[in-house]
Design a protein around this ligand. Structure first.
Ligand code: BGC
Length: 378
């Protein structure tokens, strides 16, 4: 049981079970598993998923669980100080470290890279953890200096490498610079520059890199008035909604926000269920409840409460009998003929996927469907 204060509505009960699933799955090391049961994810925690999960736990008032996750991230970074120094030195000398020498995307619960090949080298998670940690400190009053050495390493890593192409949120197209990735980097660098744990040199470097990355987004990450999937492309991607909320990189009242959310709705939403991108073929390219929740958070930020509520309802409609939320559902597939090959390869769709539970909980809290537990204060 958690102590979160919850009205006994269907949507509220699902928020309670989402939080229960998150807390019950957290490992003694602090890691949040992506999915304890899904074959390809079993045994691993992603910086991306984990940071959004910790943010939801923190928003629900579960300070200790969130802090333990940030401890896990910090240990991973501190243990790789030498690796980060080599990457930073290579960048300073004008010779980028090869992709396989960059920090991994996911780690085992005890903080190793693991033995399975993965689409490693994704920068977004390192921005997202710094952003989520700063939000956690702001909400709870916890002093960020507990994580200062890892935050310094994160700053050095992102400042040295943020311009590089890498795999995106969906672990695809490593040859491109992805706008969602840049958004996570901007959110992380902005947070780092304002957190009060960096020396002046690092603080200035973080603020400068964030400003340059923003300019790049505006100059080459916008086509037809809306954000696009990668620099100079014309396509949309539902992950872009995160830049409006919760990451707060775009002004929710701006025309760019309006056009970006409208484009996602037109291109990628069917009856409240949101696809990742038009060309998606993973499990046939279904609809992801976590993306309905990201879109809901962004719509709420621009004042569309009714839309946000509808998107939450759709996400709730995907829940299983124990309140578990899947990675995706197959009600509307973009590539139906590609569904079975993934079932044959990896088994049924991941469920529960903790990131889905987290985004449901986060939107339910933001809508006031449930209230966070009382802060204990520090
Ligand atoms: C998704 C990633 C996610 C990972 C673990 C992949 O299928 O594309 O965004 O981090 O699963 O949940």
């Amino acid at each position: 049981m958690t102590s979160v204060s919850l009205p006994s509505t269907r949507l509220g009960e699902l928020a309670a079970s989402s939080l229960r699933i998150i807390l019950a799955s957290q490992q003694p090391s602090g890691a949040f598993p992506a999915s304890l049961t899904f074959s390809a994810y079993r045994g691993y925690c992603w910086f991306r998923d984990g940071s959004f999960i910790a943010d939801a736990a923190s928003a629900a008032g579960e300070e200790e669980a969130a802090s333990r996750f940030f401890d896990w991230c910090a240990r991973i970074l501190d243990d790789r100080r030498g690796q980060v120094q080599v990457i930073v030195a290579a960048a300073a000398a004008g010779a980028s470290a090869p992709d396989e020498k960059m920090l991994a995307t996911r780690f085992t619960f005890d903080g190793r890279e693991g033995d399975d090949d993965w689409w490693d080298f994704q920068l977004d998670g390192y921005g997202t953890w710094a952003w989520a940690l700063a939000e956690h400190c702001r909400r709870s009053g916890i002093d960020a200096s507990r994580w200062s050495s890892a935050l310094e390493l994160t700053c050095d890593y992102l400042v040295s490498s943020w311009r590089r192409p890498c795999f995106d949120w969906w672990e695809e197209h490593s040859e491109e610079v992805h706008v969602s990735t840049l958004g996570c980097v901007v959110a992380g660098l902005d947070a780092l520059s304002e957190l009060g744990v960096l020396d002046d040199t690092r603080r200035t470097a973080a603020a400068r890199a964030a400003a340059e990355a923003r300019v790049l987004i505006y100059e080459r990450g916008v086509q037809g008035g809306h954000l696009v999937k990668w620099l100079d492309s014309g396509d949309s991607d539902a992950s872009l909604a995160a830049l409006i909320s919760p990451l707060g990189v775009l002004d929710p009242a701006s025309d760019l926000t309006g056009a970006t959310l409208d484009t996602i709705a037109i291109d990628l939403e069917v009856d409240g269920g949101v696809h990742r991108f038009r060309a998606d073929t993973f499990y046939g390219g279904g609809q992801w409840p976590l993306l309905s929740c990201f879109l809901g958070l962004a719509e709420l930020a621009r004042g569309n409460r009714g839309r946000a509520q509808t998107l939450l309802e759709w996400a709730a409609s995907t829940a299983g009998p124990a309140g578990e939320l899947p990675e995706q559902v197959d009600r509307h597939l973009l590539a139906p003929d590609r569904h079975q090959e993934w079932v044959d390869r990896w088994g049924p769709v991941a469920s529960p996927l903790l990131w889905s539970s987290a985004m449901y909980l986060r939107l339910a809290l933001e809508l006031g469907v449930v209230a966070p537990i009382e802060r204990t204060g520090r």
